[in-house]
Write a protein that binds this ligand. Structure first.
Ligand code: NDP
Length: 301
């Protein structure tokens, strides 16, 4: 292995520590406790795991966590009414609606019903617009975590060639905006991109957000490049044996062929233990930021 391993787990612990210190100061000096409301509709097992983890970490940094678990058949009207209540609740500084929502609910309508100042996921159209025009926004957590790791590794990103693979609203597009904001020369690749290996080979920074296991090959990477692997893919792991019901156990892998890429890249994030932990840490940081902004207090760095 020649690449530096970017340890997202350790970095996330540092971010959470800073948030906890700031929260303790807020409580002591102002009597304010930041609060995060998480809304989960339905019983998707992966979403339930995320929501539990978010709630636990919110409490660990000293904030209040409000969980709203609604049945899968919840009507749009009822969900919008809950969001209205949370928008008006002074103890709630951040609102997160866990995606994906059941098919009968209009995701864009629901997200855009959240007060943009409480939109800690940064998906509200106002925050998208603010980020795109370089103004103060709530920034989506996953790309924000990626940017923090890149800044930490490189110092300045100015002038670097960055390729973002994936153009989703939650990862690819905001990632591209953030890198542009740090003066990278940004290429956004997607399923119609021609000769992707050649495009990736030009990049000093590669952010992979595709959702396909081991998609980015080692020989696509420019020697010394920084590789940020956003992908979370579950693949069969027969080497781990079987469950009681006979089904093969699984393991998590990223979008990058880590084993090959680590010998070419200058720095790389592992999966698990890279982008994932940073995402929740950034959610907590965003909630603290939202709380400070609404009270007109100095924001965390
Ligand atoms: P989406 O499915 O919304 O987007 C995937 C993107 O990959 C699309 O833009 C698609 O292109 C592109 N793509 C698909 N196939 C190819 C291909 N052959 N060549 C080039 N591009 C391709 O996924 P998300 O952005 O939501 O998530 C991406 C990954 O990141 C997933 O594995 C997800 O689980 C993970 N993730 C991880 C998070 C974390 O906290 N670590 C948080 C959020 C996501 P097109 O637009 O043309 O279809």
């Amino acid at each position: 292995m020649t690449a530096t391993l970017i340890d997202g787990k350790a970095f996330a612990a540092t971010v959470r520590g800073k948030v906890a210190t700031h929260v303790a100061r807020l409580k002591e000096a102002q009597g304010i406790t930041p609060g995060l409301a998480v809304v989960l509709v339905g019983d998707d097992p992966a979403s339930e795991v995320y929501v539990r983890s978010k709630g636990k970490q919110t409490v660990e940094v000293g904030m209040n966590s409000y969980e709203h678990k609604l049945p899968a058949e919840t009507s749009e009207e009822d969900l919008l009414a809950l969001i209205e209540r949370l928008n008006a609740d002074k103890d709630v500084h951040g609102i997160l609606v866990q995606l994906p929502l059941p098919a009968h609910l209009d995701e864009a309508l629901v997200i855009n019903a959240i007060n943009p100042a409480k939109d800690v996921d940064g998906f509200h159209i106002s925050n998208v617009g603010l980020l795109g025009t370089g103004q103060k926004a709530m920034v989506p957590c996953t790309p924000l975590g990626c940017l923090m790791m890149l800044r930490d590794h490189h110092g300045s990103l100015s002038g670097l060639n960055a390729v973002v693979i994936g153009r989703s609203n939650i990862v690819g597009k905001p990632m591209a905006q953030l890198l542009l904001g740090d003066s990278c020369t940004v290429t956004v690749a997607h399923s119609r991109t021609k000769d992707l290996p050649e495009v990736v080979k030009r990049a000093d920074i590669v952010v992979a957000a595709v959702g396909r296991a081991h998609f980015v090959q080692g020989d696509w990477i420019k020697p010394g490049a920084s590789v940020i692997d956003v992908g979370i893919n579950r693949i069969p792991a027969p080497e781990k044996g079987s469950h009681e019901d006979g089904s093969v156990k699984t393991r998590l892998v990223g979008d990058v062929d880590f084993e090959a890429a680590k010998d070419v890249a200058g720095a790389i994030t592992p999966v698990p233990g890279g982008v994932g932990p940073m995402t929740i840490a950034c959610l907590l940081a965003n909630t603290l930021t939202a709380c400070c902004r609404v009270h007109g207090l100095a924001e965390p760095e």
